[in-house]
Design a protein around this ligand. Structure first.
Ligand code: COA
Length: 434
């Protein structure tokens, strides 16, 4: 029998669907390409009768949910990671930021009182009635089991990703049929500085390693220098465009992986249509819940795990601020600490923080004596391992404070080395030749 006949009572319009949200509800929304835009837009038309609704979501690639000015008095954004679209909500006191390791995100949201309503996207069902939940898997597999009401936008353009990424139509309470294009994440041009950093990072990657690559120009640059490597594996938080060519060329083949051999593993994907087409129905690439993929104990089950992430600034002893720019929350810890700790625990593992030596067109050093006033430590000096800039590699793991400072000054931008050396002399009673 056709699914529309079996589930006809569950089918309604987006406006009818969101009217099931009640005052005081905690609502969780799927992220990136899985954001159910028809539902989040319907909520923007139907919120004025609501009070004290907590809306939980992560990255939005298009119109972010509940960002409409004034809506925060009724339905308020709660997040643990910010992007361009959600930063103003925190800056203007129109939303709430919750510090949280990404692998603990489902647990944290559940601890705030559970999930009353979950809004997700689903593909059309297969012959067994299972629908894929698309490229934004992360918290959905765990939280859908706790949600009191699941509202799904069925979108036939949603890539049918493999892994722990399916929901059966019988477990969905409300179905809203609306096809939309999947929003893409524009790729950035790789700069010469990023290319140099990419080359240094790639020199720390050995044949047979399993990689986690973060978001942005640096990971994209790293990928371009991996073309001569062999038998790489992928266990990453985010799947982005750069990896597709490496997989197609057989450089990432997952043959040496000690966990999920033969498979690429991620928790969400965001990129171009090319990436989404690559993931569609691809049994070689699985997306699983973030509480599994980002769990440091799970990451550590991959031997020779190498994580590559970035930051805003690093102080002279290796404390990393990856979240705060000029005293304002800019992003969040995301999976940075999850992967740095997982890589440290992995047999043969390493972690890399890669950053340009300067910001603001060369006027600010990102290697600093002290983190900015108002900055937070994202990765502690006990966790940090390799730091890479366009001037080289500093290996901090197992090094004294003095050795760390010396190694970091050597990879700082030459324009700032004298100032840093002055701080070094004050702190360690020794003049540094620069
Ligand atoms: N002082 C002042 N401004 C700084 C700065 C510094 N030390 N460092 C960066 N900035 C500014 C940049 O100039 C830029 O400003 P603009 O947007 O006006 O151009 C902005 O801050 C962002 O810097 P940029 O270097 O372009 O950031 P990015 O896109 O490479 O992202 C992080 C860097 C750290 C924000 C990002 O990697 C992150 O959020 N990391 C934490 C989460 C994580 O690692 N997850 C891993 C799994 S995916």
């Amino acid at each position: 029998m056709d699914w529309r006949t079996i589930y006809k009572d569950k089918i309604m319009t987006a406006d009818e669907a969101v009217r099931h949200i009640k005052s005081g509800d905690h609502v969780t929304v799927a992220e990136v390409g899985s954001q159910p835009y028809a539902l989040t837009e319907a909520l923007e038309r139907n919120y004025e009768h609501l009070e004290n609704v907590e809306l939980h979501y992560l990255l939005s690639l298009g119109n972010p949910p509940a960002a409409k000015p004034g809506m925060e008095k009724h339905v308020r954004f709660h997040g643990m990671f910010l992007s361009g679209s959600t930063r103003p909500l925190i800056k203007e006191n129109r939303g709430e930021f919750m510090p949280c390791f990404f692998h603990q995100y489902p647990k944290m949201v559940l601890s705030r009182g559970g999930v009353d309503v979950m809004m997700i996207s689903i593909s059309e069902p297969d012959k067994h009635g299972f629908c894929s939940i698309g490229p934004g898997v992360d918290h959905i597999p765990t939280m859908k089991n706790h949600a009191k009401l699941i509202i799904a936008q069925m979108n036939k353009n949603l890539p049918r990703v493999m892994g722990n990424s399916f929901v059966h139509l019988r477990d969905v309470d409300i179905i809203v049929e609306e096809d939309r294009p999947i929003p893409t994440l524009p790729g950035a041009e790789i700069t010469d500085v990023e290319r140099k950093i990419g080359e240094y990072c790639a020199s720390l990657v050995n044949d047979g390693d399993t990689l986690q690559l973060g978001i942005g120009g640096i990971p994209d640059a790293v990928v371009t220098f991996l073309k001569d490597k062999k038998d790489l594996g992928l266990h990453t938080e985010m799947a982005a465009d750069g990896i597709v060519d490496l997989i197609k060329a057989g450089i990432i083949n997952n043959k040496k992986k000690t966990l999920h051999p033969g498979k690429c593993i991620a928790t969400f994907a965001a990129g171009s249509q090319n990436l989404y087409d690559f993931l569609d129905d691809n049994p070689n690439f699985e997306l699983h819940g973030v509480d599994y993929v980002n769990d440091p104990n799970v990451i550590a089950m991959n031997d020779n795990m190498v994580s590559i992430n970035s930051c805003i600034q690093v102080d002279l002893v290796g404390q990393i601020n990856a979240e705060v720019v000029k005293g304002m929350q800019f992003s969040g810890v995301g999976g940075q600490v999850d992967f740095i700790r997982g890589a440290r625990m992995s047999k043969g593992g390493r972690s890399i923080i890669a950053l340009p030596s300067t910001a603001a067109k060369g006027t600010i050093s990102k290697i600093v004596p002290f983190l900015d006033h108002g900055a937070y430590v994202t990765t502690s000096r006990m966790d940090v391992d390799y730091i890479v800039t366009e001037y080289g590699i500093a290996h901090l793991w197992g090094k004294t404070l003095r050795e760390r400072a010396k190694a970091l000054i050597a990879i700082a931008h030459p324009n700032f080395r004298a100032d840093l050396a002055e701080e070094y002399a004050k702190r360690f009673g020794e003049t540094l030749e620069i």
